[in-house]
Design a protein around this ligand. Structure first.
Ligand code: NDP
Length: 444
């Protein structure tokens, strides 16, 4: 297998999908040597079967807004691989959603889910519907219309969706309600459900907490700790909020958070009380991060990202490609020692090279943000046994899973000079399990 040749062929077959090529290219380049050590992989064209999703479901979603206008959006579900378990992955509602972005996310999800050690395949779905500025009833009608199309393709042993950008507990609740009505069954088909109807404790916290647990493990390899470190966080949604919460619990200082309009910089640090304000602002009032700066009188920079500020650690938690090569160089020049990704693929390929060449601690989202889907996997287990575990138990398991993922990355990623290439480590560890399962299941 030659990574560049496979990539060139995929570009020709599937034109106009840059995010998909970016994710596939990064994985193929890092697994190339390992793949070629197994001639049986090439004999069954494993690489193409691994890169091309099993199935793409695409549909029109029709709903009515509060003014009575009939609106349409596109809906998608990419079922990438069920080699090691039912398809599993979030649903994203954002104006930017397109097949390329969902294909990259479903591809990444397959390796991430493999890394968690839990039996979950990879999938992703979503719509170009933007919840921004929509009323609660509009969001509910949209979710119901979306599931009216999607429901035939999902199920507790088939495909289990969850949240992602624009889809939190509220949206999962609306989708689950409609799914239940259509199927007349109460099953664990969605994760991230409300606590009163099968949702796992710690699921809302899981991605952010897991990201910081992973960061702790990385820092340990250099005899460092989160305590006393200054931290830049991007985003102000689910992942950013609980990343900030865990950093605070461990004695770190959070200097920035952001949304799609700009970022705030608080030199005194975003403490518990201020974080509570952000959670209320974003989760209840659906307001803008600028309101934080107005309330606490700190700096707000419109239409910008926080990577020009000086700190010890950077935790991108908003969206893909939010750190470019120049921003990565600035972070390194400002003395950042670690970057742990809460978001999926927030660093461009150039930014990743900058971090790795500077030999700073850098972990890709497919390992460091795997805590969310891990607790989703634990939610599926709890639903199957019709029991719910305590917050302490789930958090303990989450911590253990993140430590195991870190160990897998170290196992496959340690370089001759001692540097840990977490990209290579995560990709090879995730890939080998999926590849072995595919080989054992024949050519399907
Ligand atoms: P949310 O919708 O809760 O929050 C997203 C945040 O990022 C918001 O602050 C949003 O700003 C900002 N944002 C979204 N799109 C853009 C953009 N194009 N440019 C700038 N800012 C943007 O989503 P999550 O916190 O759930 O997800 C954040 C990231 O984490 C995504 O990459 C997601 O795939 C990844 N992830 C999420 C998991 C989960 O469990 N939720 C699990 C693993 C990964 P605004 O308020 O203006 O919209």
């Amino acid at each position: 297998m030659k990574a560049e040749e496979v990539l060139a062929q995929l570009k020709e077959r599937f034109p106009g999908e840059p995010e998909y090529y970016q994710a596939v290219g990064e994985v193929l380049r890092t697994i190339e040597d390992e793949y070629n050590r197994h001639p049986e992989f090439e004999e069954t064209n494993l690489v193409e079967r691994l890169c091309i999703p099993d199935r793409i479901v695409q549909f029109r979603v029709t709903w009515t807004d509060d003014a009575g206008r009939v609106r349409t959006n596109m809906g998608y579900r990419i079922q990438h691989s069920n080699a090691i378990g039912p398809y599993k992955g979030g649903i994203r509602f954002h104006a930017s959603v397109n097949p390329s972005i969902l294909k990259f996310l479903a591809f990444e999800q397959t390796f991430k889910n493999s890394l968690t050690t839990l039996p979950m395949g990879g999938a992703k779905g979503g719509s170009d519907f933007s919840p921004r500025g929509k009323s609660k009833n509009e969001v509910m009608r949209f979710c119901q219309a979306f599931v009216t199309e999607l429901w035939r393709n999902i199920g507790p042993d088939t495909d289990v969706p969850a949240g992602d950008i624009g889809v939190g507990g509220r949206e999962v609740g609306f989708m689950f309600g409609m799914y239940k009505k259509l199927t007349r069954e109460f099953t664990g088909t969605f994760t991230g459900k409300g606590r009163d109807f099968g949702g796992s404790l710690i699921r809302p916290e899981a991605t952010g907490y897991g990201n910081v647990y992973f960061l702790q493990e990385m820092l340990k390899t250099r005899g460092e700790d989160v305590k006393g470190k200054s931290v830049l966080i991007s985003g102000a949604g689910n992942v950013a909020q609980y990343t900030a919460e865990k950093v605070l619990q461990l004695g770190g200082k959070v200097l920035t958070m952001s949304d799609s309009d700009g970022y705030i910089y608080d030199p005194d640090g975003i403490d518990r009380e201020k974080l509570d304000y952000i959670m209320e602002l974003k989760n209840d009032y659906r307001g803008r991060i600028k309101e934080y700066a107005d309330k606490y009188g700190c700096k707000y920079v419109a239409k910008a990202r926080p990577w020009g500020e000086k700190a010890d650690i950077a935790l991108p938690c908003a969206t893909q490609n939010e750190i470019n090569g120049d921003e990565a160089r600035t972070l390194v020049a400002n003395g950042v020692i670690a970057v742990s990704e809460g978001a999926n693929m927030p660093s461009t390929a150039e930014a990743v090279s900058v971090f790795q060449e500077a030999r700073i601690l850098y972990c890709p989202g497919k390992a460091s943000n795997a805590g969310g889907v891990s607790v989703s996997g634990l939610e599926m287990s709890q639903n199957s046994e019709r029991l719910s575990w305590s917050a302490e138990e789930v958090d303990h398991r989450l911590h253990e899973i993140m430590c195991n993922i870190h160990a897998s990355c170290v196992k496959y990623g340690r370089q001759p000079d001692g540097y840990i290439d977490y990209v290579k480590g995560a990709n090879i560890a995730g890939f080998m399990k999926v590849a072995r399962a595919m080989m054992a299941q024949g050519i399907v």
